[in-house]
Design a protein around this ligand. Structure first.
Ligand SMILES: [Zn+2]
Length: 237
């Protein structure tokens, strides 16, 4: 586990997607996302290497419901961890709202394959312990609802570090395999509504919320001056 910007740490051995630990000590330890089910052992081993087990986690905050982020949430919940997600994605995870399949659109063959995998093997169902709404504060973070990639996608803005945990709405690497660094918006093949995702991203920045670091669902942490770099990227799109 690597310190990104205290108290936020990155579980760097997970490869499919990013999982962060906001470690405020016992009773204040929060996981941001849970990785894909295929990386469950890796997740547990990385926690263990930091001397932690599931019961040491205060809760899990999901950026959105996709399997590469919520893939181990139900498992962790069975081990006593409280799970939080925006109410729109919580409804899908609980199977109260129908999960709309991803539609193969523009994008590479690999993206189409990954979308088919998401459709066939979504995150395991669960009923969240608390559904979040825009404007909520939890774990020292503000919840900003940015629907589009999924209906219940959110940003978490960590107040003291001014880090923005952005899930897949704003990426620091290019999909589908996210090996190439670079700012990117939600990728069409994996996104429910691109126009809505872009509008959410613009509306979030129009609110004037300050942030300094960008910790995305895929790609390396972007440390320092993140907001102006994102604004330049959005202006140049
Ligand atoms: Zn993802």
């Amino acid at each position: 586990m690597r310190n990104v910007i205290a108290p936020i740490r990155h579980l760097r051995s997970l490869l499919v997607s990013n999982v962060f630990l906001v470690d405020g000590g016992a009773g204040d330890r929060w996981l941001i996302d849970t990785g894909h089910v295929t990386e469950r052992m890796t997740l547990l081993l990385e926690l263990r290497s930091a001397g932690l087990g599931p019961r040491d986690l205060t809760g899990v905050l999901l950026t959105h419901r996709h399997s590469d982020h919520a893939g181990n949430a139900a498992y962790l919940q069975r081990r006593g961890v409280r799970i939080y997600a925006h109410e729109a994605d919580a409804d899908v995870l609980a199977e109260r709202t129908r999960r709309l399949p991803l539609v193969r659109g523009e994008g590479s063959m690999m993206a189409g394959v990954l979308a088919a995998i998401e459709n066939r093997f979504p995150a395991e169902s669960l009923v969240v312990d608390r559904a979040l709404q825009d404007g909520d504060t939890i774990a020292g973070m503000e919840v900003h609802w940015v629907p589009g990639h999924t209906d219940g996608s959110v940003f978490y803005r960590h107040a003291t570090t001014r880090a923005l945990l952005s899930g897949d709405t704003l990426l620091t690497a290019r999909p589908p395999l996210t090996l190439l660094p670079g700012l990117a918006t939600a990728y069409p093949t994996f996104t429910a509504d691109m126009a809505r995702a872009h509008a959410s991203l613009q509306a979030f920045h129009d609110k004037g919320v300050e942030y300094n670091h960008l910790l995305a669902g895929h790609g390396a942490p972007l440390l320092g001056d993140a907001r102006s770099r994102v604004l330049a990227f959005l202006a140049g799109r």
